[in-house]
Design a protein around this ligand. Structure first.
Ligand SMILES: *Cc1c(COP(=O)(O)O)cnc(C)c1O
Length: 464
């Protein structure tokens, strides 16, 4: 042990190494010194703990390699681009919606300049950050008023806190949803200080169940869209119109949490029916909440639209300040919403909508192009086959989007190893595994990424 400890080079010896000198030129000297100390210290701890094997040799070269690797890891971005080969369009773990070209430009513009964020140019005085989206949202949804917050979970929490704190909220048992990543209606309800009153059964709820549950403490009737699941078979839900009528009679507001609210009717593209935001407003919902980055195709945001009387109360709630939306989101969302003004160019402009409605001939051509490039490589077998993509983001849970998949298997590596090695390259390529084959779905792959994928496979196979 003593012998090993004596062999550890000093920080200065490592610093004198040529590669490290180059590293110090690119990065801060202090950072490099700190990382050298860290690596040396870890090595010392390992030796003291007897964690190194008999034939272990301490070499400067080895330490230098580690220092370079760690400095690169530390200096390079952690939050970075990946190639999404999974075909899941609204992949929550991969950032959900991609933004339109014009939304990206507007975000850069407000990043690079002072802006009218809270300034009214005409009046020459302080304005409101919420005014920028007002006209667009009113026009597109038919609502009286609107508000945008950090995300939809925040929107629901804020609306419940404002409208139903210390009051009872009636909801059907079939709608007590959990959205991936810790959003559960009963828990959000508890956090808001509202009391949950569940009515009906898992499969069936009747209007009379709501009627029977109303007391003088009832503050809200809540409808939550079952975004990520469907109850089929012997089932019945109360329609929004009926709830609105009941609410009107009893003077109780109705809140509809749409989740992945959409402004376009997806049945036009062969999807099963999903309620649009405008439909919910037309049916008389007092407040409707939905996400900015799900089917809408914008940045992360929670959008609240509805009757002015309630939206004004919601705006006044102190929690609104805590959930405040930032200028980049506002710029990106404004531009995304603007795309909806022209249905002719909408699908071309908003990537989420474009990817969801891609033509299967286009997908087939992309799959074949990719397969053609991969077939030339030794050590893998490549096949193009019909399959399905997923919408993701807890939207259209039962919808299967026809696509063409590129399926790769290798004699040199297991599907698991291949999937992992592709993920370790720059930019990481994310694939999925089915029946011991690595699958790439071209739906979520950009044209220019096809070449990168081929290069990645080349790299991995050459290493073998
Ligand atoms: C996705 C979803 C939410 C949460 O929205 P975020 O934008 O992820 O915060 C809430 N309610 C429903 C019904 C949803 O589908």
């Amino acid at each position: 042990m003593e012998e090993y400890l004596r062999q550890i080079p000093s920080v200065d010896q490592i610093l004198a190494n040529e590669s490290i000198e180059n590293l110090s030129k690119r990065y801060s000297h202090q950072v490099v010194v700190d990382i050298i100390r860290e690596v040396i210290d870890e090595l010392r701890q390992q030796i003291l703990a007897g964690e190194i094997s008999e034939d272990f040799a301490i070499s400067t070269e080895r330490i230098v390699k580690q220092v370079i690797k760690r400095t690169d890891e530390w200096i390079n971005p952690n939050l970075k681009a990946v190639i999404n080969g999974t075909g899941v369009v609204l992949h929550t773990n991969l950032g959900r919606s991609l933004l339109s070209q014009s939304a990206q430009e507007r975000i850069l513009e407000v990043a690079n300049n002072y802006s009218t964020l809270e300034f009214d140019i005409e009046a020459g005085e302080r304005g409101s950050r919420y005014d920028h989206l007002h006209e667009l949202l009113i026009y597109l949804t038919g609502a009286e008023d609107c508000l945008v917050v950090n995300n939809n979970a925040g929107a629901v929490l804020l609306a419940l806190s404002t409208l139903a704190q210390d009051k009872e909220v009636i909801i059907s048992r079939s709608q007590l949803v959990e959205i991936g990543g810790s959003f559960r209606i009963p828990e959000v309800m508890e956090q808001s200080g509202a009391q949950l009153v569940e009515v009906g059964a898992t499969n069936k709820t009747h209007l009379s169940d709501y009627q029977a549950a109303i007391t003088e403490d009832t503050g809200l009737l809540l409808q939550v869209h079952t975004s990520n699941y469907r109850i089929i078979g012997f089932s019945k839900q109360v329609g929004l119109e009926e709830l609105v009528e009941l609410g009107g009679q009893e003077d109780i507001p109705v809140l509809s949490d749409l989740g992945s609210g959409t402004l376009v009717d997806f049945t036009e593209y062969g999807f099963s029916p999903e309620p649009t935001v405008q439909e919910e407003i037309a049916k008389g919902a007092d407040v409707v909440t939905f996400s900015g980055d799900k089917l809408l195709g914008g940045p992360q945001a929670g959008i609240i639209v509805g009757k002015q009387k309630y939206i004004e109360q919601i705006k006044e709630h102190p929690l609104n300040r805590a959930l405040r939306v930032d200028k980049f989101t506002l710029a990106g969302l404004e531009e995304t919403l603007r795309a909806y003004l022209d249905p002719q160019t909408l699908l071309e402009r908003v990537p989420t909508l474009r990817l969801l409605t891609l033509d299967s001939e286009e997908l087939k051509a992309a799959a074949e192009k990719l397969a053609h490039g991969l077939t030339k490589l030794a050590g893998i077998t490549v096949e193009v086959a019909k399959g399905y993509s997923q919408v993701g983001g807890g939207a259209f849970p039962t919808e299967k989007l026809p696509t063409y998949l590129v399926k790769v298997s290798s004699d040199l590596l297991s599907a698991h190893e291949l999937n992992q090695r592709l993920r370790y390259l720059e930019p990481p390529l994310l694939t999925y595994i089915q029946d011991e084959e690595v699958i790439i779905d071209p739906r979520t792959v950009k044209e220019e990424e096809l070449e990168m994928i081929i290069a990645h496979f080349t790299t991995v196979l050459e290493e073998e």
